[in-house]
Ligand binder design. Structure first.
Ligand code: FNR
Length: 360
C-alpha cells in the first residue's frame, strides 16, 4: 500500500477502498438514522482540556492493570464479529497484534476463527465475549472452551436481545456465505429456511428472554470473572453490581443496536458515580484519537476498547495494521499526557477535562 496512514481515521478511508462494499458497510454502519453513530464521535469533540504545565513529563508511563492483568496501555480490543471478511487470517491476526502490543483482546462470539485457533496462535491475555443462545447448553459449551483455552474473563454483551436495524445490511442483503462462526456453523446451517443473513441467524439463535435473574446461572457455570458490556444507566450499573459482576463496559454496541442511545462518553460519569469504585468501568464507542482515550480516563474509565478502527487496520494491512492502529492511539495518548502534565495514567483526573455540563 503506497499511502502510509498517519492516524486512525485514515485507516478507515483505506479500508473503504480495499473492502467489498457489502463488508465495508457491515463494519462501518450503525442502526437506523445513525444518530448515535455520529454522536459517539461528536460527543468527544465537545470535551476540552484543562492542561497543567511545568510538571516533569520527561518520562510517561501508560501501563496499567485490568482485572489484575498488566497491559502496556489502557487501550483494549473490543469484540467485533467476522474478522475473516476483512482479512483471510481473521481473528488470529488480531490476537497476534494484541499480543505484540501487550494488550487484551476480547474475542467476539461471532469470531470466524475458533477459540482453539486463537488460543494457540499467541499468548495474549484474552477475554471471551458471550451471547446467550436459546440453546443454553451451547453457550455453556463456549464458556467451557474459553476456560479450557486460558481465556481470563467472560464479557457478557447485554444490549442485543435482538439485533438492531442496520439498514445498509438490509439494503445490501448482507451475507457472509463462506465464513463459519466459531461454533463451526454457517449461518445457513441454523436458518436454512430463512436465508443466510446475519440478522436472521441472530434472531433464530439468540435468547431474548435472558434477564438479570439468569446471571446466577452464568456465574454457576464458570469461575471466570464476568464483565457486562452494554450498560448506559446508573440503574443498570447498580443492578450489575448486585448480581456480582466483576466489571462494567459502558457501550452502545458501536451504535449498531438502539439508535438515539446516548453517546457512551456522555453517560460514563453517571455510571462511574453509581459504581463508586467497587468494580472497574471500561468504555467503548467512537474512540478514534489518543485525546479521546485521555478524556475517557479523566471521566473515570479504567480503560477503553476499540472496535471499528481495529477492523480497518486488519483490512488494510492484516496483523501489522491492527498493531499500527493500537500503536497510533497509544502514541497519541502518550503525547496528550505529556502536554496535559500527566506522567502516568493515575495522574489523569477529572480536573483535566471540561465537559458541556461544566461549561453550563
Ligand atoms: C461490533 N460489536 C460487537 N459487540 C459484541 O459484544 N459482540 C460482537 O460480536 C460485536 N460485533 C461487532 C461487529 C462490528 C462490525 C462492529 C463495528 C461492532 C460492538 C463492539 O464490541 C464495540 O462495542 C463497538 O465497535 C465500539 O465502537 P467503535 O469503536 O466501533 O466506535
Amino acid at each position: 500500500m503506497a499511502v502510509e496512514p498517519v492516524n486512525v481515521n485514515e485507516f478507515q478511508e483505506l479500508a473503504r477502498q480495499v473492502l467489498p462494499k457489502m463488508y465495508y458497510d457491515f463494519y462501518s454502519g450503525g442502526a437506523e438514522d445513525q444518530y448515535t453513530l455520529d454522536e459517539n464521535i461528536q460527543a468527544y469533540h465537545r470535551i476540552t482540556f484543562r492542561p497543567r504545565v511545568l510538571i516533569d513529563v520527561s518520562r510517561i508511563s501508560l501501563s496499567t492493570t485490568i482485572l489484575g492483568h498488566h497491559v502496556s496501555a489502557p487501550i483494549l480490543i473490543a469484540p467485533t464479529a467476522m474478522h475473516k471478511l476483512a482479512h483471510p487470517e481473521g481473528e488470529v491476526a488480531t490476537a497476534r497484534a494484541a499480543a505484540s502490543c501487550n494488550t487484551i483482546m476480547v474475542l467476539s462470539f461471532g469470531s470466524t476463527c475458533t477459540i482453539e485457533e486463537v488460543a494457540s496462535s499467541c499468548d495474549a491475555v484474552r477475554f471471551c465475549q458471550l451471547y446467550i443462545y436459546k440453546r443454553r447448553d451451547l453457550s455453556a459449551l463456549v464458556v467451557q472452551r474459553a476456560e479450557r483455552n486460558g481465556f481470563k474473563a467472560i464479557v457478557l454483551t447485554v444490549d442485543a436481545p435482538r439485533l438492531g436495524r442496520r439498514e445498509a445490511d438490509i439494503r445490501n442483503k448482507m451475507v457472509a456465505p463462506q465464513v463459519k462462526n466459531f461454533e463451526g456453523l454457517l449461518p445457513t446451517d441454523v436458518v436454512s429456511d430463512k436465508g443466510s443473513d446475519f440478522q436472521a441467524y441472530a434472531e433464530a439463535t439468540l435468547d431474548p428472554s435472558f434477564s438479570w435473574k439468569d446471571i446466577g446461572w452464568l456465574r454457576s457455570i464458570t469461575n471466570l470473572p464476568i464483565l457486562i458490556k452494554g450498560i448506559l444507566t446508573r440503574e443498570d450499573a447498580i443492578k450489575a453490581m448486585e448480581v456480582g459482576i466483576a466489571g462494567i463496559i459502558v457501550s452502545n454496541h458501536g451504535a449498531r443496536q438502539l439508535d438515539y442511545s446516548p453517546a457512551t462518553i456522555s453517560v460514563l460519569e453517571e455510571v462511574v458515580h453509581a459504581v463508586q469504585g467497587k468494580v472497574p468501568v471500561l468504555i467503548d464507542g467512537g474512540i478514534r484519537r489518543g485525546t479521546d482515550v485521555f478524556k475517557a480516563l479523566a471521566l473515570g474509565a479504567q480503560a477503553v476498547l476499540i472496535g471499528r478502527p481495529i477492523i480497518y487496520g486488519l483490512a488494510v494491512k492484516g496483523e501489522y495494521g491492527v498493531r499500527r492502529v493500537t500503536e497510533m492511539l497509544r502514541d497519541e495518548l502518550e503525547l496528550t499526557m505529556a502536554l496535559s502534565g500527566c506522567p502516568s495514567v493515575n495522574d489523569i483526573t477529572r480536573s483535566h477535562v471540561m465537559t458541556e455540563r461544566d461549561r453550563a
